[in-house]
Design a binder for this molecule. Structure first.
Ligand SMILES: [Mn+2]
Length: 280
């Protein structure tokens, strides 16, 4: 099941990720439902789009609790979760929800930034601390951080010492991650800024020196066969995008993830990606 979390309450630089879920849906209409690489179509899987959560402004903890409750209701049904951010902090309640259903959960992060700060400008829960908090939920050695090229000296020392993988190169990172994960349930979080800002300019904290979209797709395809129970795309900011290029990239990432996960929901059809519409 797919749900949007239009939240950017702790964004430090360029706000606007709250606009992303609907913009990504709009962009998805321009994509084919068929994935040539995976040789499957959105039409062949079951995917329900629950729309966006109505989150309160100015109340971070309440918003996070609502996101967790929504994700937990999806996990408790035994269905797979796809979350559209929103800033990266939305991943924390989603991981909490998945962890409650899958105690052996591991988290794979594609991101430019380590997001491992202990706190950020006095805030415990922030987009800049989210992976540190997630490590406290699943265990720091159960987070696999790929594409990381930005952070403080302390974050890099922490990640290298305690994360399951802390790696810049995606292909190498995914290969090692697969070997280590085996059959474990996995939550995958894609911070769009893992991709170079030349290809994905619509993001709040752009970091030069990232990968090309094709490298990210290859990394995602290489996850096929893993037991992915939750997935998100975060940090897309339509307000600073160049046209809709970043939203389309995010929509294609979600298409590939949905097909990869082969979400087997109840008798609902996709509203995402231009597939047959089913009333909510
Ligand atoms: Mn991030």
């Amino acid at each position: 099941m797919l749900v949007g979390a239009p939240f950017d309450g702790t964004t430090s630089f360029l706000p606007g990720t709250r606009m992303a879920p609907n913009r990504i849906r709009e962009a998805s209409v321009g994509l084919e439902t068929y994935s040539p690489f995976l040789d499957r179509s959105l039409e062949e899987i079951r995917l329900a789009d629950l729309g966006d959560l109505e989150l309160p402004f100015g109340n971070v903890s309440e918003a996070l609790e609502m996101i967790e409750a929504a994700c937990r209701s999806i996990v408790d049904r035994g269905t797979k979760l796809i979350l559209l951010g929103g800033e990266h902090l939305v991943t924390l309640p989603a991981v909490r929800a998945c962890h409650s259903g899958y105690p052996d959960l591991a988290v794979v992060q594609f991101d430019a930034h380590a997001d491992l700060r202990a706190d950020y400008m006095g805030e415990h829960d922030s987009h800049a601390t989210v992976m540190r908090r997630i490590g406290e939920v699943v265990g720091s050695d159960s987070i696999f951080q790929l594409g990381i090229r930005s952070g403080t000296r302390e974050e890099f020392a922490y990640g290298r010492a305690f994360s399951g993988i802390f790696q810049e190169d995606l292909a190498t990172g995914v290969r090692k991650t697969r070997e280590l994960l085996g059959e474990r349930p996995v939550y995958v979080t894609v911070d769009i800024d893992v991709v170079d800002p030349g290809f994905a300019p619509g993001t709040g904290t752009p970091e030069p020196g990232g990968c090309r979209p094709q490298e990210l797709f290859q990394a995602l395809w290489a996850l096929e066969g893993l037991n992915i129970v939750g997935f998100d795309v975060v940090e897309v900011n339509p307000l600073v995008d160049s046209g809709v290029v970043t939203s389309i990239l995010a929509a294609k990432i979600v298409r590939e993830a949905a097909i990869l996960m082969g979400a087997s929901d109840e008798e609902t059809r996709a509203t995402f990606g231009g597939a047959e519409t089913f009333g909510r």
